[in-house]
Design a protein around this ligand. Sequence first.
Ligand SMILES: Cc1cc2nc3c(=O)[nH]c(=O)nc-3n(C[C@H](O)[C@H](O)[C@H](O)COP(=O)(O)OP(=O)(O)OC[C@H]3O[C@@H](n4cnc5c(N)ncnc54)[C@H](O)[C@@H]3O)c2cc1C
Ligand code: SF4
Ligand code: SF4
Ligand code: SF4
Length: 393
Amino acid sequence: MIEIKDKRMCSGCTACHSVCPKRCITMEMDEEGYLYPVVDKATCINCRLCEKVCPISKEVPLNNYVPQAFAVQNKNEQIRRQSASGGAFTAFADYVIEKGGYVFGGAFDESLGVRHIGVDNKTDLAKLRCSKYVQSNLEGCFPKVKELLKKGKLVLFSGTPCQVNGVKSYLRKEYSNLITLDLVCRGTPSPGLWRSYIDWYKSRHRVELSLVSFRDKPFGYAGSTMSIKDENGNIKYTTRDVQFFKKVFFADINNRPSCFACHFKSVKRNSDLTLYDCWHMNKIDASLDDDKGSTWVIIQSERGKQLFEKVADKIRFCHAEVSTAIELDGDMATECPVPSPMRTQFFRDYRALSFEELVNKYSPKSFKSIFIGFMKPIMHKLGVLNTIKRLIK
Ligand SMILES: Cc1cc2nc3c(=O)[nH]c(=O)nc-3n(C[C@H](O)[C@H](O)[C@H](O)COP(=O)(O)OP(=O)(O)OC[C@H]3O[C@@H](n4cnc5c(N)ncnc54)[C@H](O)[C@@H]3O)c2cc1C
Ligand code: SF4
Ligand code: SF4
Ligand code: SF4
């Protein structure tokens, strides 16, 4: 049976939880706010299915397709505005929905927790759009994917590489009606910490929240802005340098332990398509460099290529060498983040301090942070923010 002795060896994909014939594996939150499988030994029959489906203990199976890279922008400007980068995901997802299929991906629930859901229409697809920098809860998702595949439905499953490997390993056979799309990811922040953050924010500002975007674009793509909309329609914009939750994520404090020893980092993947941010459109086609967002799409299989061709009239795209796409923006495709030396103390403080004290300790209001927050909109208006970001990167 599954037993987590080293937390770096569990990405929380839920394959073991989903496959257990006795339903004796529950996903339980640890003291850092991440979900891990816990076995009820009294009901376990020791069939070891959970061990067999765990993708972390296996070689990642790869096909022979030679990857190709494209910098992509969705031609629908509203969709591009709502997407983290260039809206490539929605172009692929729209096609699947138009064919009567289902798309699975990370969405906010009513209380702003993040979980994987499946949708079959374009209205609900909006829930999947844009990156949520919180580990999504997959409980119940894989059996739904399997059920739809068995019914012959076309399914697009999207998520982080560990999630894509999790669902494929859980399915235990190839389905010709399954398309998988993974992201290049730095890692995933703690759902427990996110819940505490949302509760703290609501009580501090005495409001209910209606919408959060981790990657809003009021100051352009380069602005990398988080927006929080309350029940009264007021929107608060903060940049990643001053926003507590994003700040501790990008400082490699708030990441799941498995992300620091990720088993799924590579250019060649076992998904059909790999997506990530294209910050350097100026080096690919300067005429498309409009600071509204572009996505790198790496085609990983014949199926991925066919889907790309089907949506070609919905996107603008430029071919690039895969090595160029990786060199310019894809460091996280192959490299793991290095845990911050402050990480252990941070989670100790998370348990010991009030949330207000935690925020003040790890995201103190300094002259520098206030200045950056103040200057970003101005630099965006002057049209220099994009250039400065590329110089710093
Ligand atoms: C946690 C996380 C970390 C990332 N880290 C990086 C990085 O280091 N470098 C980089 O270049 N790009 C990273 N990305 C990818 C990037 O932010 C964009 O998602 C990608 O460029 C695709 O953008 P898009 O505009 O085409 O589509 P979008 O509409 O922005 O993307 C939507 C896609 O994101 C998925 N998604 C959203 N939230 C989650 C979640 N919590 N868990 C799983 N899937 C989710 C949806 O299922 C859907 O497939 C990360 C994304 C996530 C979710
Ligand atoms: S060994 Fe079998 S019964 Fe026991 S937890 Fe694993 S899958 Fe469930
Ligand atoms: S990685 Fe997935 S399958 Fe393996 S133990 Fe963790 S949740 Fe279970
Ligand atoms: S870094 Fe690896 S373990 Fe972490 S979310 Fe991404 S694929 Fe999963």
